[in-house]
Design a protein around this ligand. Structure first.
Ligand code: GDG
Length: 454
């Protein structure tokens, strides 16, 4: 069987025997561990000149990384990928910026990745790229003469054509994307957004089963909702030592805990969520002293201005809300601006009566799925989920909310905290069943099969 070559912006810093990480890393690591293969991407280091590092092997996996020069990092990573594409893909066009020089830098780094990887590729290797950093990567490989099967999975949403077209280089990008044989999306809404663009603005012709004839090629599209290892999450949530740790933590908390865990990113809707919690405190005074809202928000992309701004705003808001409502023996909002090890996080999920997952847009949102997986099925907590998270397409028995509706979210918090056990169990069971069907293994196997399938 052909070898798997995974390409992503970052290669997870894996070591033998390390606890499984979330998302992409967990999904592809399993596949690579089972069958062996190559994982290629940026090392995370910014150096004098962009250059490959020596290979490293961990069991059957070869890890191959490349450093980026300051200019490549600025144009590609801070600039076009995270300053332009990320906000546009999340419908946040007011937060985006655009410079042609940064787009050229993005293309340049996609070319650089292709030039570094190409000499290592064997003719029947299956190449699986991940995410919005690599939209032009297949095109770059094709320009070097590679005819392998190449696919990409987009972890982010894909917006409606009118939103995507606010990125001035949209036509070049989409033409390059059609160098892929298979383009995978989290939900049907995302896939439709992309195919609509091909048909309306690129003369694409729908061929059925997600295939489109466009730019003299046939590109296949598909929906592959990413999942989590349900049993592994539950086991981590229950491990006695972790459980003890969590209980110790709980001793410092009030009776009931509402939990949120997000990378500090404006797409996650943290500002709107803080406002909704404030509304909850104002509208439901009977809950005062009885509930704590804990927001864990590890900083991310902190050298980008929009990210620095949201961080400042949230710090101010957390202080203001606590200043308005706290009592000498009660602090309603705990804002933790740092990351925690997974073996602390999972038991904490299990302890929380409710989890607030309210992004303005999200490709999937694995926190929502991990929270459901971590619950005790006999006494589960309640998931409050944004209808704009990809996860809402599958977890439709969560309490679905509109993240722009403060009072709606406040009511959902009150409802979650007073929901009868039977209703909680029913909702939880339905979500768990969908998650078992759409497991992480299924996500990976279906994508690989379709990519291989031709
Ligand atoms: C992208 C898409 C899509 C969070 N804080 C800590 C921590 N985490 C872990 C969570 C979870 C992961 O990070 C976050 O995954 P999400 O899916 O919520 O969000 P993104 O990072 O934006 O991921 C998203 C995903 O790709 C997969 O396709 O679902 O839509 O945006 O696993 O548990 N982990 C640890 N400490 C923390 O403080 N250890």
């Amino acid at each position: 069987m052909s070898r798997l070559v995974v390409v992503s912006n970052r290669v997870a810093p894996i070591q033998e025997g390390e606890a499984t990480a979330g998302g992409l890393a967990a999904g592809v690591l399993d596949a690579l561990r089972q069958k062996g293969g190559l994982w290629f991407g940026w090392s995370g280091d910014v150096t004098e000149a962009s250059a490959p590092k020596p290979h490293r092997t961990v069991g059957p996996i070869t890890l191959f990384t490349i450093d980026l020069s300051r200019r490549d990092y600025d144009d590609f990573y801070r600039g076009f990928a995270n300053g332009t594409l990320w906000p546009a893909l999340h419908y946040q066009i007011g937060l985006g910026r655009f410079e042609w020089s940064e787009f050229e830098g993005y293309r340049r780094v996609n070319d650089l990745f292709a030039q570094a990887l190409a000499p290592m590729v064997q003719p029947d290797d299956l190449i699986w790229a991940h995410d919005y950093h690599l939209l032009c990567f297949a095109d770059s490989l094709r320009a070097l003469g590679l005819t392998n099967r190449i696919g990409i999975f987009l972890h982010t949403p894909w917006p409606a054509p009118g939103v995507f077209m606010t990125v001035p280089s949209h036509a070049d990008l989409v033409r390059s994307m059609c160098g892929y044989d298979l383009i995978g999306f989290q939900t049907e809404i995302d896939r439709t957004g992309f195919v609509d663009y091909l048909v309306r603005y690129a003369n694409g012709e729908r061929l059925g089963s997600g295939a489109v004839r466009v730019y003299d090629r046939v590109v296949k599209t598909g929906v592959y909702p990413i999942g989590v290892h349900v049993d592994e999450v539950r086991a981590q949530a229950e491990t006695p030592i972790n459980r003890r740790q969590a209980t110790r933590m709980r001793a410092f908390l009030m009776e009931r805990l509402i939990l949120s865990v997000d990378r500090l990113d404006y797409s996650k809707g943290l500002r709107q969520r803080f406002a909704a919690f404030e509304r909850f405190l104002a509208d439901f005074p009977a809950q005062h002293g009885l509930v704590t809202f804990m927001q864990i928000a590890p900083p991310s992309r902190s050298d980008i201005e929009t990210y620095q701004r949201i961080r400042r705003e949230l710090e101010g808001e957390a202080g203001r809300i606590n200043g308005r409502f706290a009592e000498v023996d009660w602090v309603p909002l705990r804002y933790l601006n740092r990351s925690f090890p997974r073996n602390v996080l999972m038991p904490l999920y299990a302890e929380a009566q409710a989890c607030l997952v309210t992004p303005l847009r999200d490709g999937m949102n694995l926190v929502a799925k991990e929270y459901v997986a971590a619950q005790d099925p006999e006494d589960p907590g309640v998931l409050i989920l944004s209808e704009f998270a990809g996860a809402a397409r599958e977890l439709d028995t969560a309490l679905l909310v509109n993240p722009y509706d403060e009072s709606g979210m406040a009511k959902a918090m009150d409802r979650a905290l007073s929901m009868p056990a039977e209703e909680r169990r029913e909702r939880h069971q339905a979500m768990l069943q969908v998650m078992r069907e759409n497991s992480l293994e299924r996500w990976r196997d279906r994508f690989e099969r379709d990519l291989r399938g031709g």
